[in-house]
Design a protein around this ligand. Structure first.
Ligand SMILES: [Zn+2]
Length: 229
């Protein structure tokens, strides 16, 4: 399951954790009001994306201002309810008291972006998920290039490090390795640093490749209509 806002893939364990956290905070007015505000803002974002395609620039700007003012007054109302500690209001708006059945869709707060996530996606959610998928692929490419960069620097540092190792065999010491000289410490430092870089580079290349594979599959599934009910 994916968060349609940021594209985070949630496994069963994470979903369970998020649901548990939400359940634990079900009586926290602060938590519920934050969730509500975030989901209202998200709904506005989706709506604006839609309107941008339909309206001319002037129409869009005035409509945008109008919707923003509307949202601000809604948020003000939510904040007033928050101030009044009106727990029942938030519970009813967010359907917290709905008893769970087999058909209940899971609603919970995304651990990464804080938006309300649900498992049955509508048309807007799917569009937004596709967008999020594209940016995840972009992030994966960035991971790979920073990994490659670290790999190159790591290799160069390792080579320089071994040069210092060669310098540690002092002629004054009869050509024997001198482990107390400065060159030897530089060698140790450089090789350790290079090792860290190499580990980092392999991890990020692997992560990036994985991410690209996963989200390309997701986009393919979206294009094939696997997410449409
Ligand atoms: Zn998210």
């Amino acid at each position: 399951m994916f968060c349609s806002n940021c594209g985070l893939e949630l496994n069963e364990k994470q979903i369970h954790k998020a649901l548990e956290r939400d359940a634990k905070n079900a009586d926290s007015v602060k938590y519920l009001s934050n969730a509500l505000v975030v989901s209202k803002k998200y709904a506005l974002k989706l709506k604006l994306n839609e309107l941008k395609k339909e309206l001319s620039k002037e129409e869009f700007n005035s409509k945008k201002q109008e919707l923003k003012n509307e949202l601000n007054s809604e948020i003000a109302a939510i904040n007033a309810k928050k101030k009044d500690n009106d727990l029942n209001y938030f519970k009813s708006v967010l359907n917290i008291n709905e008893s769970r059945t087999n058909n209940t869709s899971d609603y919970f707060v995304c651990p990464r972006c804080g938006k309300l996530v649900k498992n049955n996606l509508d048309e807007n959610d799917i569009k937004s998920l596709a967008r999020a998928g594209h940016s995840e692929i972009h992030r994966g490419r960035n991971n790979i290039s920073s990994g490659m960069c670290a790999l190159m620097i790591g290799i160069i540092l390792a080579i320089v490090g071994f040069m210092f190792l060669a310098l540690s065999f002092k002629a004054t010491n009869g050509g024997v390795l001198d482990t107390t000289c400065v060159e030897f410490y530089v060698f140790i430092f450089l090789v350790l640093f290079a090792l860290c870089l190499l580990v980092y580079s392999f991890v990020s290349i692997f992560k990036g490749k994985n991410k690209i594979k996963r989200y390309e599959l997701l986009l393919r599934n979206i294009n094939n209509g696997a997410f449409h009910q």
